[in-house]
Design a protein around this ligand. Sequence first.
Ligand SMILES: Nc1ncnc2c1ncn2[C@@H]1O[C@H](COP(=O)(O)OP(=O)(O)OP(=O)(O)O)[C@@H](O)[C@H]1O
Length: 378
Amino acid sequence: MLTVESLKKSYDDTTRRSSRRSSGQGTRVYAVGGVDFEVHAGELFTLLGPSGCGKTTTLRAVAGLERPTEGRVTLGGTVLFDSAHGINVHANRRGLGMVFQSYAIWPHLSVFKNVSFPLEVMPRAKRPGRKEIQERVEHALDVTELGAYTSRPATKLSGGQQQRLALARALVTRPELMLLDEPLSNLDAKLRETMRFELKRLQRELNLTAIYVTHDQAEALVMSSRIAVMNKGRVEQIGKPREIYTKPATRFVAEFIGTSNFMEAKVVSVSGSEVRVDTAQGRLVARGVEVAPAVGATVLISIRPECVDLSRERRGNVPNEWAGTVLTRAFMGDVVDHIVGVGDLEIHNRSNPNLSIAPGTEVHFSVAPDKVILVPLD
Ligand SMILES: Nc1ncnc2c1ncn2[C@@H]1O[C@H](COP(=O)(O)OP(=O)(O)OP(=O)(O)O)[C@@H](O)[C@H]1O
């Protein structure tokens, strides 16, 4: 539905320009350095990455609020921006709905008026009639579960309700594509969690196509159909949440998503999708490796804490079984974390609270071969 190709946005780096003024050269810094992705109809597509990686600039370029330096943006066959042909459709004419971090509702208007306003200010030729405005506003308020508050002043809503009002206001114009820039970041932790599910439900029920920007990996994993992980103005990996979590394509993605145990290893043998590696602490076997590395190559091994199977006794009949000593234990209600020392390596384990082993205890742990993730070293 939406295609973004070779999108770049650079700015003058004023800090460096001053030092080069004598030579008359300015330096350009790339906020977005060549980004490609496609968003399919009905998807909630997330741009995820740390602060400053270029998510908002990418979203604003799609919205038409930022003029890219280069690239092409197409929505359902219509070219919205094309640097090569000098095409740049004005933001107001792109037919997009937007909800931003500061979801500025209009405080002097009622809930109903907040939602009807975008329709009332449409050019006369496009503006729906009174009856249709009434119906569309009622529908938008119904789906966001604000139907009971139509005449209430917008400021007399709770944070979560105001957030839903911002959404209703974007929905009422029936945009082809919704752009959501950290819309939950102003809410407290509990409400943010509830709203994740509400937003996801709405998106599914209305079959909305949306681009969602967040730096919160948990939020991205819960809500997204697919995620593009961004780093320093580029996309490092695009995939479904489970793929991104279980098969990170780069070191950055493995480190940014969730927590993991990392160790460098040398490949000693490859047999189909089974790869044996040597680490400083011992040998490991990985199975289901999609892109087999060369024998002799150095790779990064990533093992999620919940895949470290801890036990007091040695089992002996399982692959990848190592011995170590519990260094610390942390009870967190629904899970217990252990840090296990193996030589000078510390392995992070996450277990069911039924298993709780005191620091100082000698333990054994194993990792199923299909949970040993090989990440190419970049
Ligand atoms: N008008 C501007 N002039 C110069 N640099 C800019 C401008 N706007 C953004 N940048 C820079 O571009 C980079 C990307 O910014 P952007 O806002 O897209 O990042 P982000 O990933 O959305 O970050 P955050 O999560 O903090 O909002 C940053 O280094 C930022 O400082």
